[in-house]
Ligand binder design. Structure first.
Ligand SMILES: *Cc1c(COP(=O)(O)O)cnc(C)c1O
Length: 413
């Protein structure tokens, strides 16, 4: 199959690829084709440099020291918070809470929300949630007697918005939904979901882990109450993420963990908590990770999300068409609004076997349930093969995948 002529877009992936040292490595003797971006993205040299620079020049604990290194580290960490504030268009920098990642952010909100729930209150989640967005709510329901309601989806992997509107009532206290599904790639209509939830007085937490590599959410325009993301899916390091919360919610929510940094005054009788954001940042944080997260966000914005999403859309279209031409291949998740994620299976073949064969050919895809078992149950399958594309992938790499899948099919059927 012929690849589109490069230059059909203003985007030059070959130029971009030079920023990512890992992309030059070989796997099983073949050039690495990295299509597991929905699990974690690769790291550009500027982010690697920021990490090396921190540990080489100004590694120190923050907020407590008068010495120069501590002040430099504190400044850089707080600058990163401001970068995130601007990126997400939050009103205040202290509405950006550093977390260890999306899972941590969700658990922080879930655990604090227990105080606001009574027996019979309802929490609404979508049918295509990541496990990290189901388990904390189940635990919260067990603790409080609240009831979990689920927004169903259709065969295309789209949420049934009319069903969602029927579920909402004055018992609904909280709605949780991912912005983009990691298993199917569906872009969910979150502005509408948020608006409808607010009409019944419910708060909304959006899981942006899968969306933030592809778009730039505006938390004020969305009027969302909480929004969470992980740096490692946006060219940053692992172990760092962000929770945006509206100021009034963050003031009401109790702290998640006790420890240093989150207190104002401690006696054995009583502790008063520090103000935002420190109330939610107990203990020594991932200082270097926070700084590197800021650098990753700068890097993505320099490329520009318009160009990123435009180019990834072309990759998605090209790959979807080419994979469709393989007999017996089914793609799961066919919404019109879709990010560059393709979940598929070959008829009569276990996804794991496909993953193993294509790995031998240097291709990294994910196989399994993608932490979204309810989605797999819906389609009555054990899992899928998932290829997820980033802006540093190329049409030629898609060709390599398509040939490898054909080869796997020949070997396995
Ligand atoms: C990756 C992912 C998560 C979990 O993120 P962690 O960084 O592992 O905490 C949650 N939700 C979605 C949609 C994801 O893609």
């Amino acid at each position: 199959m012929a690849s589109p002529i490069s230059g059909s877009t203003s985007f030059d992936p070959q130029h971009i690829r030079r920023d990512f040292p890992i992309l030059t490595r070989k796997v099983n003797g073949r050039p690495l084709v990295y299509f597991d971006n929905a699990a974690t993205s690769q790291t550009p040299q500027v982010v690697i440099d920021a990490i090396v620079d921190y540990y080489s020049r100004y590694n120190a604990n923050i907020h407590r020291g008068v010495h120069t290194l501590s002040q430099e580290a504190t400044d850089a960490y707080e600058q990163a918070r401001i970068k995130l504030q601007k990126h997400f268009n939050a009103a205040k920098s202290y509405e950006m809470i550093f977390t260890s990642g999306t899972t941590h952010g969700i658990n922080l909100v879930a655990s604090g929300f227990a105080e606001f729930l009574d027996q019979g209150d309802e929490i609404v989640v979508s049918a295509m949630e990541h496990h990290s967005n189901i388990v904390p709510w189940q635990m919260l329901c067990e603790k409080t007697g609240a009831v979990l309601r689920v927004i169903p989806m259709n065969e295309n992997g789209e949420l049934l918005v009319e069903e969602y509107e029927k579920i909402l009532s004055n018992r609904t206290k909280l709605v949780f939904c991912n912005h983009i599904s990691n298993a199917l790639g569906t872009v969910n209509p979150i502005a509408h979901i948020i608006d409808k939830a607010h009409q019944v007085g419910a708060a909304v937490l959006i899981d942006g882990a899968q969306a933030c590599p592809h778009l730039r959410p505006d938390v004020q325009a969305l009027d969302v109450d909480f929004y969470v993301a992980s740096a490692h899916k946006m060219c940053g390091p692992t172990g760092i993420g962000v929770l945006y919360g509206k100021e009034n919610w963050l003031k009401k929510l109790p702290p998640y963990q006790g420890g240093g940094e989150m207190i104002e005054e401690v006696t054995f009788e009583r502790t008063t908590y520090a103000g935002l954001p420190h109330k939610f940042e107990a203990g020594t944080p991932n200082i270097c990770g926070g700084i590197a997260f800021g650098v990753a966000v700068d890097y993505l914005n320099e490329i520009g999300f318009d160009r990123i999403v435009g180019y990834e859309g072309e990759l998605l279209e090209y790959a979807t068409k080419a994979l469709h031409e393989i007999d017996g291949l089914r793609i799961y998740g066919t919404s019109k609004h879709k990010a560059s994620v393709i979940s598929f299976n070959l008829k009569g073949v276990h996804p794991y076997d496909v993953g193993t064969i294509v790995d031998k050919l240097g291709i990294a895809v994910r196989t399994g349930h993608h932490c979204a078992q309810p989605v797999m149950d819906y389609y009555k399958i054990p899992g899928t093969v998932r290829a997820s594309f980033a802006f540093y992938n190329t049409f030629e790499e898609v060709d390599v995948l398509v040939e490898a899948v054909k080869k796997a099919q020949q070997m396995l059927t």
